[in-house]
Design a binder for this molecule. Structure first.
Ligand code: UDP
Length: 328
């Protein structure tokens, strides 16, 4: 059985669907602090899912999962992931993302489970020194969120040396869209991400969409990011798991489309996909946003045989369908 932590959340739930569709039995561990019970219920309708509500900061909670189920490998998503919040409250981030993961890893070692796929992030690179960013780019995170993920990456290296824990660390760039059948999707409260915020401003009394700065050193002045479709990203986790089974060695992969889209591009595509004008205003820059981030994902394509297929238009369409469902 595969244990997926954080599968009540956005990326974790899509990975859970991918594993279920490929015939795996899964156990889910989630504290439901940011995840949703409705997501777990949707997953339970798709296959064999055991759900345990618990918190990685309590080692007994995670110990109980390993006592109850025979876990072959862990796909570890459970984490806090808001940059701004991590700057204001680093304690929350280090306690959960680092200390919580230590509890998980120690429990895995105790139960002789030595395979893990870890959700890392391009935020571990910090301000880019060059683009596209490959896995060899120096890692100098500029906020506690990125630092918490980098710490875990390093801990995993040491746990490999000392205890033989094999980890695949996946560094995501930006993620977009949702399940084509709209069973799960992106549901954050509060929502801070670009695409759902643009889409939200088309519903009811939502406010005008705000572009955070148009004076960056990019062709149209707005920030450039690499938006990978969440179903393509989910597939990379299964491919990483198969790679780990075959190679039995730790490794690191960037996951992105290798295409940059500016905030303005994304906004224009949203207007086109929705066939309507969306109220917009330019405001101050958001602190901590680098001008340009996009991936060199050649290594994942070469070694994992990962080929992201879905377009940004498809991501925006599915994201919109999910928003509509939630606003009904
Ligand atoms: N952004 C924006 N308005 C919003 C939300 C985001 O202009 O309401 C911009 C943000 O400044 C960044 C890009 O969109 O340049 C992507 O931000 P998001 O929070 O989606 O992801 P991040 O790149 O921070 O992981």
């Amino acid at each position: 059985m595969i244990l997926i932590t954080g599968a009540a959340g956005y990326i974790g739930s899509h990975a859970a669907i991918n594993f279920l569709n490929n015939g795996y039995e899964i156990a889910i561990f989630d504290n439901l602090e940011n995840g949703h019970i409705e997501t777990i219920e949707a997953l339970k309708r798709l296959g064999k899912v055991e759900f345990v509500k618990g918190d990685l900061r309590n080692i007994e909670d995670i110990e109980s999962v390993f006592n109850k189920y025979d876990i072959d490998a862990v796909i570890h998503f459970a984490a806090f992931a808001l940059v701004g919040e991590s700057v204001a409250n680093p304690s929350k981030y280090y306690r959960n993302n680092v200390y919580g993961t230590l509890n998980l890893l120690d429990t895995m070692i105790k139960h002789n489970c030595k395979k893990i796929i870890f959700s890392s992030t391009c935020a571990t690179y910090g301000e880019p020194q060059y683009t596209p960013i490959d896995e060899k780019h120096p890692q100098n995170p500029i906020n506690p969120y990125g630092m918490s993920k980098l710490m875990v990456e390093k801990i995993m290296e040491d746990y490999d040396t000392a205890y033989g824990l094999k980890s695949i660390r996946l560094r995501y760039f930006n993620v977009a869209g949702c399940d084509e059948q709209i069973r799960v999707g992106e549901w954050h409260e509060p929502e801070t991400h670009l695409i759902p915020n643009i889409l939200k401003s088309t519903f009811g009394n939502e406010k005008t969409f705000k572009i955070f700065g148009n004076d960056y050193t990019t062709p149209d002045g707005t920030c450039i990011r690499d938006y990978v479709n969440v179903e393509d990203l989910a597939e990379a986790h299964r491919l990483a798991y198969l790679y780990l089974l075959k190679e039995n060695k730790s490794d690191i992969f960037n996951l992105g489309t290798e295409n940059g889209n500016s905030v303005k591009n994304i906004f224009d595509i949203c207007e086109k996909v929705l066939e309507r004008k969306i109220p917009v205003q330019i405001v101050e820059r958001r602190p901590g946003d680098p001008a340009k981030l996009f991936a060199d994902a050649a290594k994942a394509k070469r070694l994992l045989h990962w080929c992201p297929q879905r377009t940004i238009e498809q991501s925006i369409k599915t994201a919109y369908e999910y928003e509509k469902l939630r606003n009904n």
